[in-house]
Design a protein around this ligand. Structure first.
Ligand code: AMP
Length: 138
């Protein structure tokens, strides 16, 4: 499948759609998931037009995973989370719904269940507050 530049993350990268951004550099962007599975659910994407892991340029992938680590460290601190889960889905059969490569960063702790993936839109004021908490420690 060819990369579709009308996907929502491509629009966020072009500034055509808004996002609750937490980190950005030359290679990647991180922002809050609008339908979070847990508080603090953050996405890290390369700026490169890449559909999934399978098409990723290894150099871009390396830069992206370094930023996944940076964001995961900040999310862990901001949400005082003993565990961080990284999820990354490739292809519709695996549950991928946005066809621009992305890494989910999910704070986890005992007794805290994650809700279903990409179901319920969060309150935007809460998302901005969460983004600010992460930006403060990144
Ligand atoms: P996946 O199903 O792995 O492709 O994940 C896509 C994620 O993008 C889901 O968790 C959605 O909640 C999230 N999502 C969809 N649209 C937006 C958006 N406009 N801003 C932030 N996250 C989004």
């Amino acid at each position: 499948m060819a990369y579709d530049d009308q996907n929502i993350f491509a629009k966020i990268l072009r500034g055509e759609a808004s996002a609750f951004k937490v980190y950005e550099d030359e290679f990647s962007l991180a922002f809050m998931d609008v339908m979070p599975q847990v508080d603090g659910h953050t996405l890290v994407i390369p700026k490169d037009a890449t559909e999934s892991l399978h098409q990723a340029d290894p150099g871009i992938l390396a830069r992206t995973i370094v930023n996944v680590q940076k964001v995961a460290d900040a999310v862990k601190e901001a949400f005082d989370s003993p565990g961080i889960m990284i999820a990354q889905l490739n292809g519709q059969a695996a549950g991928q719904t946005v066809f621009h490569l992305h890494f989910h960063v999910l704070p986890r702790k005992d007794g805290l269940d994650a809700s279903m993936h990409a179901r319920e839109m969060a309150d935007f004021a809460v998302l901005e507050d969460h983004a600010a908490r992460i930006r403060a420690v990144i």
